[in-house]
Design a binder for this molecule. Sequence first.
Ligand code: NOJ
Ligand code: CA
Length: 703
Amino acid sequence: MNPSATALPAPHPRSCLRPGPRPHPWLPAAALALLATLVLPARAADLARVASPDGSIVVILESQHEGRLAYRVERNGEATIAASRLGFLLGDGRLERNLELAGQSSRSFDQTWEQPWGERRFIRNHYNELRASFAEKPTGGRKDGRRFDVVFRVYDDGVGFRYEFPRQPAMDEVRIRQELTEFAVARPATAWWIPAFEWNREEYLYSRTPLSEVGTAQTPITLRTDRGLHIAIHEAALVDYAGMNLAKGDGGVLRAALTPGDDRGTAVVRAVPFATPWRTIQVGERAGDLAGSNLILNLNEPNRIGDVSWFKPAKYVGVWWSLHLELETWGTGPKHGATTANTKKYIDFAAENGFRGVLVEGWNPGWDGDWFANGWGFDFTRPTADFDLEGLAAYGAAKGVHLIGHHETACAVSHYERQLPAALDLYARNGVDVVKTGYVCDAGDIQRQDHAGGPVVREWHEGQWMSRHHLRVVEEAAKRRIAINAHEPIKDTGLRRTYPNWVSREGARGMEFNAWAQPPNPPGHEATLVFTRMLGGPMDFTPGIVSLKGRGGQRIESTLAKQLALYVVIYSPIQMVADLPEHYAQHRDAFQFIRDVAVDWEESLVLDGEVGDYVTFARKARGGGEWFLGSVTNEEARELQVPLSFLDPGRRYRAEIYRDGDGADWKTAPFDFVRETREVRSDDTLRLHLAAGGGQAIRFVPL
Ligand code: NOJ
Ligand code: CA
């Protein structure tokens, strides 16, 4: 053992016993002690520890029997994550036993950085880091032990850790079949989660179950322990690697389940040196601590694409909802949505209301017939005959409106990649500076063809190959000053910090489910998303359906006021004004809030909330002193007291309030809606009434 690593007592001599059964992570201590004397191998020994800047969170690395490696997380002295193993199942055998600490170092970091756009302008990145280097004892046929580092960054609101494989003689490439990383949550908990590896990708309703009943889950997964502590497990900086899901391991712990790669069972192939994504554990007393945390962004690398002032956070409109209502079609014909005449109407509508973007889906050849099944038929380099791309771009430009492009691949991803440079060039020439991409197909059915005419193999939306694909699109787009909004994407892991032209994604059940799905999104859906999916980053949810009706009159489980609140609650720097212009004409009062609401923020505060129940945000607009408040609830009506202490002290504001009427209820009176104004100051407290399935939106204008 390296002498530099002896800050803590040397590991206990390893037992030669085979591992016994793993204890349940939250068995009482007495039972554990008894069990230990009976079946557990020799006591684990602590190797190293690191505390967060304020000392509240401590990570301890320990060596277990047979030289296995584990970490624990304590918060305020209490076990939060019990001993959880680290390691890999590699192409050349498990990398898990006979691990010796070869060195350790630590450092502190404290810097504040500025987001070019976002929920807040300044973010403090303050952590203590521990790097522990491990070497495998040469055993069996292996002369050189394999080496890797584990790096922990410990924040006051959580922990990130990753594996790094340094250059080494025994390995020039790593083939990862599975990660053995575990998360042994130390207390019984309630979990909010969606299943992994199911056909509809990330577009599932969240289940709320005891942690012990979680199946194979995607991340972020959010937990509330029996003591009320909120924990979220996710990852940061998913680059050239497979997305991590969580499955049940020995003793009920959550264990990494990497998204598979090719059919030889390898999830990740990387040349050495390389680092894995960060595995993240966010922790807070309040649900709002998770939603307000910057940990995921902080663990990503700084901006790599340079100046992005060309990207303008903005609202946009388009034929989208009408397509989902089946009033118009993506394909050409009498009901084609993306025609020159129809798009002009939307450009006029956008210009009249100060919206910057007009999204046109169905503008290119390939939609006619069964497009789901024939992504290889899409042409991204020319419009259909009835869509004058150049003329419309010029028509919009004269009014300050930009077309938003659309690249639906239907998962023929190699086909799309071949056209990508020309497709982006076409858009760049026409001032299209945001492109929505799409990957509609069942999970596991992405089509990859490495050489034209070669075999087509299937990939997963969250596999290593797709992680590379998305970054290729984002990098090619950045070269042309184009921003990307991916639907059916790989999950968001905060890469907008490194690639700030990757501005938004879908990656959950959005508004489209209210157009055609059974069941539609339930009233608690958005208050769940805020504390789960949204921990990854912005979502192109497409709010603002003021008609409250989907296809064939299907009811949306929301009040009118709640549709407005969603602009504040669900963060995205591009927000769709999704309903039909004629529907906004019928709800002029409500529409005024959508016209006024900001999309780029100086600061965002989660004032209150609980997972799946309700949430209240206050956000300060960038440029100018306006604040906005958004609050939404599930199927329960609520009265909330909101102190306005976030407002500038001593200043008077006109509060423009858009609220549920006293008799409102999403089922019986969804349009019972009140718009009123009041004068307020920072020492006032507002009482918010939220109807069942309701919400409230407020604009605070400094006087
Ligand atoms: C699914 C996307 O989520 C939706 O927004 C889009 O309209 C369709 N795919 C077609 O690309
Ligand atoms: Ca979708």
